[in-house]
Write a protein that binds this ligand. Structure first.
Ligand SMILES: *[C@@H]1O[C@H](CO)[C@@H](O)[C@H](O)[C@H]1NC(C)=O
Ligand SMILES: *[C@@H]1O[C@H](CO)[C@@H](O)[C@H](O)[C@H]1NC(C)=O
Length: 292
């Protein structure tokens, strides 16, 4: 597809990299860091000269999820209903583990000036049951008419319950309007275990390059499904008349949500339409429509 080529050296090729958590892929001196799990790109703006770069990646097997391949080129394809709704167009048209706690708890001191990975701990003598509690009313239906895709996400993470700090877990309630969609997205820091409480949902996730294999299933009330950490996934309410509800546990105090349509077509400032037109192999007019 696009004019570029990657050589990735991983533990599958160089056994010595196993357990070292680093691998190598290749500008002379300028350095730039792409944080783990975030969507990124490189583009050679020179129309005449090729360019080359080397990158080190903090995993023995970092995997690549190319958005165009995973979203539009999965095998089998994701339903065009799901993609049309996610990208708000007509039908015609990576990843981390949390460090283990080294004490019983480390309740987040959300006001601390200390910057650490996560939050600094409150003095344990000052911790109370309320630090582990939130009257979140997760039993109550949410409004699914605000959002254009017909879903509403209520995430209870460390910002709502400071006691979750360092514990590597959080919970979410998702409400779906009839034909509502939770559009293709990833959680860069969490695996998700998903349970349908009410309704029928078509769900799926797509593996990293080169296979981009879609694993999908129709789930009914009571069914449980797993979305592996970092992989692009979605849920769609197949019922045109009834709403649906699900809940998930996520293996991070702050799983992060990267919604593909928003990160690719609605970034601030926008990614150049030259880059997106080449990546998706479509006319710039289509990109301008998606960015509108
Ligand atoms: C405990 O909390 C109170 C009220 O927020 C605060 O004034 C006090 O400094 C805290 N003590 C410790 C040891 O952190
Ligand atoms: C989600 O539902 C709540 C409560 O019903 C509502 O206040 C909020 O605006 C909704 N948010 C979105 C993004 O739909």
């Amino acid at each position: 597809m696009a004019s570029s080529n990657f050589f990735l050296l991983t533990a599958l090729i160089a056994f010595g990299l196993n357990t070292l958590g680093i691998s190598v892929t290749t500008n002379s001196s300028p350095r730039f860091v792409f944080p783990r799990g975030l969507i990124h790109f490189q583009f050679n703006p020179n129309p005449y000269n090729p360019t080359v770069a080397i990158a080190a990646l903090s995993s023995q097997n970092p995997s690549a999820i190319t958005i165009t391949n995973a979203v539009f080129g999965s095998k089998p394809p994701i339903y065009d209903d799901v993609l049309a709704k996610a990208f708000q167009v007509d039908k015609k048209t990576a990843i981390a583990a949390e460090p283990s706690p080294l004490q019983d708890f480390c309740v987040a001191d959300l006001n601390s000036a200390v910057r650490v990975n996560g939050f600094a701990c409150k003095n344990p003598t000052n911790v109370s049951a309320d630090d582990f509690f939130k009257a979140a009313m997760l039993d109550k239906p949410r409004d699914t008419t605000v959002n254009k895709v017909g879903s509403n996400i209520t995430l209870i993470n460390v910002m709502q319950i400071p006691g979750l700090n360092t514990l590597g877990i959080s919970i979410v309630r998702v409400d779906y309007a009839p034909l509502g969609l939770n559009p293709p997205h990833t959680h860069p820091r969490a695996t998700e275990i998903f349970t349908v409480l009410e309704g029928t949902l078509y769900v799926g996730f797509v593996t990293s390059n080169p296979d981009n294999k879609l694993f999908s299933k129709v789930l009914n009330k009571g069914d449980v499904f797993v979305f592996p950490k970092g992989l692009i996934h979605f849920q769609f309410n197949l019922d045109p008349h009834k709403s649906a509800v699900a809940t998930s546990a996520l293996s991070s105090q702050n799983p992060g949500i990267i919604t593909i349509a928003n990160t690719v077509f609605r970034s601030n400032p926008p990614i150049s339409d030259d880059i997106l037109a080449k990546a998706f192999q479509v006319d710039k007019k289509i990109i301008d429509l998606l960015q509108a």
